[in-house]
Design a protein around this ligand. Sequence first.
Ligand SMILES: Cc1cc2nc3c(=O)[nH]c(=O)nc-3n(C[C@H](O)[C@H](O)[C@H](O)COP(=O)(O)OP(=O)(O)OC[C@H]3O[C@@H](n4cnc5c(N)ncnc54)[C@H](O)[C@@H]3O)c2cc1C
Length: 293
Amino acid sequence: MYPYPFDYVRPDTLEEALVLAQEDGMKFLAGGQSLLPLLNLHVAEIKGVIDLQQVAPRLKFIEWEQDHVVLGSFLTHEELHHASLLGRRCPLFPMAAACIGHPRIRQRGTLGGSLAHADPLAEWLLVMTLLEGKIILTSSQGERQIPFQEYLLGPMMTVLDPGELIVAVDISLPEAASYGFVEMSRRPGDYALVAAGVSVLWDQDRIAKASIVVSGISDVPLTFPVITRNLSDEYPSLGLIDDVKRAIEAEVDPPSDILADASYRRHLAATLVGRALYQAIDDRFQGQRLMAK
Ligand SMILES: Cc1cc2nc3c(=O)[nH]c(=O)nc-3n(C[C@H](O)[C@H](O)[C@H](O)COP(=O)(O)OP(=O)(O)OC[C@H]3O[C@@H](n4cnc5c(N)ncnc54)[C@H](O)[C@@H]3O)c2cc1C
C-alpha cells in the first residue's frame, strides 16, 4: 500500500529541525523502519516528516566518562552491535542488537527511533530498563533528562512531548558488573516472544546487586525487585539459578495470545532468566565450573 500524501522536509541543523517539529502532525524520521511501515499500512496519519539525515552526525557518538557512557540517539542497531569497547564493557549491546529484525533493519534503524517508538518487545527498551539509564531529550523549549523508569508510560507510550527529540542515553557501566541476555522468537528476525536480561554487580565472588528484566509477559518490560533483593550477598551456584527460575515462574502472570499461551510464556520467562543469569555468572567466572549449591 502507498501512504497518504505527506510533507517532507530535510533541515540542515538540529535547531531548524526542532522549530519545524513544533508544527502539529510533524514527525521526526530517523531510520524509517517503524514510521514508514506504519504510514504504508495507513496505521499512522501525519502532516509530514522531518528527515534527520543531515543532522545525524551530531547525534551519532559514543562518549565515555569513567564508568559512564553516553550513546547518541542516531547510532544504528548495527553500529551498537559492532562498537567494540562498548561490547566488551557490556555484552548486552551486541547480544541484544543481533536479535533485532534483519540486517537491513539493523543498518537503518536507530537507538532513538526504537526508544521513541517504544514497542514493548524492543530489545533497547529491555536493555535500558535493565541498565537504569537516563534519557536526554531536547526541544525548542530546552533540554531535560529523565530516568528511564519514568520515561516509559505503557506500550508505545512515553513521556516524549510533541516535537521533543531524543538526543542520547546516559548509562552507568561499572567495571565489576556482568550481563546476560537471551530471547526466543518464532523465526530469526521476528520480534521476541519473550526476552530476558540480567545484570549482576559483584563484590569479589558474591552478588552485590542483581537486576532482572523480562519482556513479552506484560505491556512493558517487567522488573523483579523482590526476587533480585534476595540475591544480594549470595554466592552463585546452580541451585541459586534454579531458585530464581522457580521464583520467576511463580511470580509472572503473562497473557495468552495468538502467538503463545500463558503457560508457554511463563515457562519461557523462567527458562530464559535462568540462561541469562548463567551467562552473567559465567562471564564473571570465565567458564569455571559452578557449585551445585
Ligand atoms: C520487519 C521488521 C522487524 C523488526 N524487528 C524488530 C525487532 O526484532 N526488535 C526491535 O526492537 N525492533 C524491530 N523493528 C523495528 C526497528 O528496530 C526500528 O528501527 C525501530 O523501531 C525504529 O527506529 P527508526 O530509527 O527506524 O525510527 P523511525 O521509524 O524513523 O521512527 C520511529 C518513531 O520514532 C520517532 N523518532 C525517531 N527518532 C527519534 C528521536 N531521536 N527522537 C524522538 N523521536 C524519534 C519518529 O518520529 C517515529 O514516531 C523491526 C522493524 C521491521 C520493519
